[in-house]
Design a binder for this molecule. Structure first.
Ligand SMILES: NC(=O)C1=CN([C@@H]2O[C@H](COP(=O)(O)OP(=O)(O)OC[C@H]3O[C@@H](n4cnc5c(N)ncnc54)[C@H](O)[C@@H]3O)[C@@H](O)[C@H]2O)[C@H](O)CC1
Ligand SMILES: [K+]
Length: 508
C-alpha cells in the first residue's frame, strides 16, 4: 500500500471524482459514512451519551457535519461546536444546510469554549489534511482545552493540528485522540513514535479512491500489509531436497550470549532454510548442539568469542552479529567476511547475501571505513540506537527517516530499522513500513529471531534481497502477533516468536 503526501491526497480526491463522475459532496458522504460505520460498530448510543462534535471550516469539518447528520439519524445524541472562520468550504456549507435543526449547533468563542465532561465522547473534525501551518489563536486554545478535558476523542482523518507528512514545531497544539479513523491510505504521521500520543489507535477506511491514480503516483513511502507479501514465499516443490532451500552460515554467540545464537538458528530453521551451519565459540558447543539438533555446528579455536572465518564456498547466505561480542578478533572476522563477500560467488555469479546485526553493526559503527566494503544488497538490521551509531543522532523521527534513506542509497544496502512499524529502506530510496508485530516483541532476543528469518529467506536462491527482507520482516511481526495471542504481550519471549514463524509463513 502506498503512503501519499497531503498534497497528493488532495490530487487523489480530485482524480477520484473525475474518474468516477462524483460530486465532491458525494465523496465527502462516502467518507462520513465510512466514519459513522466505524463509530456505530464501536459505541452504542447509550455508551456514547451526548457526543460533542468539534467542527472546523474546511472539508474535515464538512466530514464532521455529514457524520453528525448520519449519527443523529442512527439515534445518537449530539451537539456541534463550530470553529469560527472567515470562510467555510463549499462542501461544508452543503452539509451545514443538511443538518437538521434538532441538532444543537453553537459557535465557539474565545471566552466560551464548549463544556467537555471527563470520559465524554468528542469527535474531532477541526482540521485534516488541509492544515497549512501550526494551529494558533482560538483553534490552538480549543485543542488545548480538549486535551485537558480527559475526554474520549475520536479524530476524523487526522488528529487536528498534526501534519499528515511532516513534523510540526515542538509544542504545537495537536489533538490527543484515542482513535483516528482515516480514509483511503495510511498517513506517514501515524507510523512515527513521536506522534503516538496524538494518533492513538488508527484505522484506514476504504472509500473507493482511484486505484489508477494511486498506481501512477510516485512516493518513497509504502505500507507492507498482507496483500504486499501474499504469494511471495517460494513454493516447496514435491521433488525438492534440502539443497533446494539453501545452506546458510551463521556467525554468532560469545560467552554469556549463546542464547542469541540459539534463537537466531531456531528462527532460521523455522524460516525454511534447507541447511544451517553455525560457527560459534568453543564454550557454546554443548549449548548449541543440544538446543538446535537440526543445525550443524563449527567451533572456533577461541572459547569465548569468534576469531576465525570458515571457508565460505558451501553457503548461499551468511548472517553475522547476534551475541557476537566486539572483541578485536571478531572485528577481524567481520573484515574478512566483507572482503570475501565483495567477490561474486563462483557458482551463481551473485554476491554472497549478508545479514548484519547487533554487535556486527556496532563494530561497523566504530570502524566506519568498513561501510564502504558492504556488498550491494547486504541487509542491516539496527534498532534506532544502533542505527544512530552508524550515522548521527536524529533530531526527530522524520529526520531519522531521512538519515535512513541516505544511508541505504549511499551504501547500496537494505536497512531494517526495527520498531513498532519496522521500516525497511532500500538502495533506491524507498521506505517500507511494516504492519505486523506488537509491543510484546519489545523483549530480548526478538531481533535475533528476525535475523534468523532473514537469513533463511536470503539463502533461498529464488528470493531477491528486497522481497526477502520485506517478507521476513512481515512474517516475524506476524509470528509475534500469533504468539501474543497465546501468551499475552507481557508474557511473550523471543522463543515464542520462533515457534510461530512456521504458521506465520504458512499464512502468506
Ligand atoms: N479522500 C479523502 O481523504 C477525503 C477527505 N476529505 C476530508 O477533507 C479533509 C481535507 O479538507 P481541506 O478542506 O483540504 O482541509 P481541512 O479541513 O483540513 O482544513 C482546511 C481549512 O483550514 C484552514 N487552515 C489550514 N491550516 C490552518 C491553521 N493552521 N489555522 C487555521 N486555519 C487553517 C484552511 O485555510 C482551510 O480553510 C480531509 O482531511 C478529510 O477529512 C473529504 O471529505 C473527501 C474525501
Ligand atoms: K480531524
Amino acid at each position: 500500500m502506498k503512503i501519499l503526501t497531503a498534497a497528493q491526497t488532495r490530487q487523489l480526491d480530485q482524480a477520484t471524482m473525475q474518474e468516477q463522475g462524483l460530486l465532491s459532496t458525494e465523496l465527502m458522504e462516502r467518507a462520513a459514512t465510512a466514519f459513522v460505520q466505524w463509530f456505530t460498530g464501536r459505541f452504542t448510543p447509550t455508551e456514547a451519551g451526548e457526543i460533542l462534535l468539534l467542527c472546523g471550516p474546511g472539508n474535515n469539518g464538512g466530514d464532521g457535519l455529514s457524520a453528525a447528520r448520519l449519527l443523529q439519524r442512527a439515534g445518537y445524541r449530539l451537539r456541534v461546536a463550530l470553529l469560527p472562520a472567515d470562510k467555510q468550504s463549499a462542501d461544508w456549507q452543503h452539509n451545514r444546510r443538511l443538518l437538521p435543526n434538532s441538532v444543537a449547533v453553537a459557535g465557539i468563542e474565545p471566552g466560551r469554549l464548549p463544556k467537555i465532561a471527563v470520559d465524554s465522547l468528542v469527535i474531532d473534525a477541526l482540521f485534516g489534511t488541509g492544515l497549512s501551518r501550526p494551529l494558533t489563536g482560538l483553534a490552538a486554545k480549543v485543542v488545548q482545552h480538549l486535551n485537558q478535558a480527559r475526554a474520549r476523542v475520536i479524530a476524523i482523518d487526522l488528529p487536528s493540528g498534526l501534519f499528515a507528512d511532516a513534523p510540526q514545531p515542538a509544542n504545537s497544539a495537536v489533538v490527543q485522540a484515542q482513535h483516528t479513523v482515516s480514509f483511503g491510505l495510511p498517513k506517514l504521521a501515524f507510523l512515527l513514535p513521536q506522534n503516538a500520543a496524538f494518533v492513538g489507535e488508527w484505522e484506514v477506511k476504504d472509500i473507493g479512491l482511484s486505484e489508477a491514480f494511486i498506481a501512477a503516483t510516485a512516493t518513497p513511502w509504502h505500507y507492507t500489509d498482507a496483500a504486499a507479501v501474499a504469494g511471495q514465499l517460494p513454493p516447496r516443490p514435491k521433488f525438492s531436497h534440502k539443497g533446494t532451500f539453501g545452506h546458510a552460515l551463521l556467525l554468532a554467540g560469545s560467552r554469556g550470549k549463546m542464547g542469541a545464537a540459539v534463537l537466531t538458528a531456531g528462527a532460521c530453521l523455522r524460516g525454511g532454510v534447507g541447511l544451517l551451519t553455525a560457527h560459534i565459540p568453543g564454550c557454546g558447543y554443548d549449548i548449541f548442539q543440544i538446543s538446535q539438533p537440526e543445525a550443524m555446528c563449527l567451533t572456533d579455536k577461541q572459547a569465548d568469542f569468534i576469531s576465525e572465518l570458515p571457508e565460505l564456498q558451501p553457503y548461499q547466505a551468511v548472517g553475522i552479529g547476534p551475541g557476537l561480542s566486539q572483541d578485536p578478533a571478531s572485528l577481524a572476522v567481520l573484515r574478512q567476511l566483507l572482503k570475501a563477500a565483495a567477490q561474486p560467488l563462483k557458482k551463481t555469479g551473485h554476491l554472497l547475501p549478508l545479514i548484519i546485526d547487533a554487535d556486527a553493526l556496532n563494530l561497523l559503527s566504530s570502524h566506519r571505513a568498513l561501510l564502504k566494503q558492504l556488498p550491494e544488497n547486504a541487509i542491516l538490521t539496527p534498532h534506532p540506537k544502533e542505527f544512530e551509531r552508524l550515522t548521527e543522532p536524529a533530531r526527530d523521527d522524520y529526520h531519522r527517516l531521512e538519515l535512513l534513506r541516505e544511508f541505504a542509497t549511499q551504501h547500496r544496502c537494505l536497512v531494517v530499522l526495527k520498531g513498532a512499524y519496522t521500516c525497511l529502506a532500500t538502495p533506491d530510496g524507498a521506505l517500507h513500513f511494516n504492519s505486523t508485530g506488537n509491543a510484546g516483541m519489545a523483549t530480548g532476543g526478538s531481533g535475533d529471531v528476525l535475523t534468523g528469518v532473514l537469513l533463511a529467506l536470503r539463502a533461498h536462491a529464488q528470493l531477491p534481497a528486497f522481497e526477502a527482507a520485506r517478507l521476513g520482516v512481515y512474517a516475524h511481526g506476524r509470528a509475534g502477533d500469533l504468539a501474543a495471542a497465546q501468551t499475552g504481550q507481557a508474557g511473550l519471549v523471543a522463543g515464542d516468536i520462533v515457534r510461530h514463524i512456521g504458521p506465520a509463513l504458512a499464512e502468506v
